[in-house]
Design a binder for this molecule. Structure first.
Ligand code: G3I
Length: 319
């Protein structure tokens, strides 16, 4: 049985994947797995600002619309990724950024959120409204938004997002907040404050980019902690990289990484989706960013299912 079928019969959790839209529609095996195995999809790149508005005021929703159509056709929900980030901003914005006033920056950000969310209004299940706002030490990351607007850019973004599409679930999303420590604490304090002030936030996304050399985080405990604030949780970008070639012990650590993080989602009622960051090693972002590492996905370079896939299946079967 497929991952999505097993999950549907055992829990309410959606099993998702990031989608590389360069493959979609041109690679039959890729399309088949994407449709058969997953009940939620996230665009890996094409809803990011640089893709949506490459020239100021000139919008290109073509690839993202294609993905939304694919999702509808295959009865999948869509995670929108991502509205407010420091990375993958269009060149025109990087160019004018330093000279913007606070008011101008707010207006550009609000306009961006409104334009993109209204374009997809009613078609997005969860939106990553703010992505990766923290440094490892728990302080706010120095980016255009912080520099020009100050820390309130986060609450403002959520407020605008809720106005733009009131039914979408609004998420704060980050990596390395799966582990106990200053970064998790920073994110916790942020979302606790937002909830207390009545800012419209619905959930926290734990990206879950794991590496066998750093161990498996206790996501069950972590997600329960955030759920106590009344928030939903999701694992949004799961992959488990390791050094190449993969040894037997690394393979078993990778299997455990996938299995334990999925189990955590199934155990925590607030956890509504478990998304892998792509499903084929051929398309993974890892080798480009971590030289010498890879094999992080649940299918190999030829789209053959790996032991990690079987590990996920077994967890779903026991649920
Ligand atoms: O689109 C350009 C293309 O025009 C150009 O010719 C080519 C040459 O390098 O680059 C293309 O852009 C690449 C883009 O992916 C689209 O393929 C960028 O170089 C490349 O850096 C970019 O990487 C993406 C990365 O985010 C950028 O930050 C990865 O595919 C994507 O998997 C990754 O995803 C992020 C999440 O959004 C947030 N969390 C971490 C995660 C992994 O880094």
């Amino acid at each position: 049985s497929s991952l999505r079928a097993l999950a549907a019969s055992s829990s309410g959790v959606r099993i998702g994947t990031a989608i590389n839209t360069d493959e979609l529609g041109s690679n039959a095996a890729y399309d088949r797995i994407a449709a058969q195995q997953f009940s939620s999809v996230t665009p890996e790149n094409v809803m990011k600002w640089d893709a949506i508005e490459p020239k100021r005021g000139q919008f290109d929703f073509t690839a993202a619309d294609e993905l939304v159509r694919f999702a509808k056709q295959h009865h999948q929900l869509v995670r929108g990724h991502t509205l407010v980030w420091y990375n993958q901003l269009p060149q025109w914005l990087n160019d004018i950024g330093p000279s913007l006033t606070k008011k101008q920056t707010e207006s550009i950000l609000k306009q961006h959120i409104f334009t993109e969310m209204r374009h997809f209004k009613g078609k997005i299940w969860q939106w990553d409204v703010v992505n990766e706002a923290f440094n490892e030490d728990g302080t706010l990351r120095d980016n255009l938004w912080l520099q020009k607007i100050g820390p309130s850019y986060i609450a403002k973004a959520f407020t605008w997002a809720h106005q733009a599409d009131p039914k979408a679930l609004l998420f704060y999303n980050d990596y390395n907040i799966e582990y106990d420590g200053p970064k998790q604490q920073g994110a916790y304090d942020l979302v606790e404050g937002l909830v207390r002030k009545g800012v419209p936030i619905d959930g926290v996304g734990f990206q879950t980019h794991l590496d066998t050399q750093y161990g498996i985080p206790d996501l069950e405990t972590t997600m329960r902690r955030f759920a106590k604030l009344g928030l939903k949780t999701a694992e949004t970008e799961v992959d488990v990289r390791t050094t190449l070639p993969v040894t037997a012990v690394e393979q078993s650590a990778q299997n455990a990484g996938y299995a334990q993080t999925l189990q955590a989602c199934l155990l925590v009622k607030a956890c509504i989706s478990y998304t892998v960051w792509g499903f084929g090693d051929e398309y993974s972002w890892i080798p480009g960013v971590f030289p010498g590492e890879g094999a992080a996905d649940i299918y190999d370079e030829n789209l053959v299912a790996k032991p990690e896939y079987t590990a996920l299946q077994s967890v779903l079967r026991t649920a």
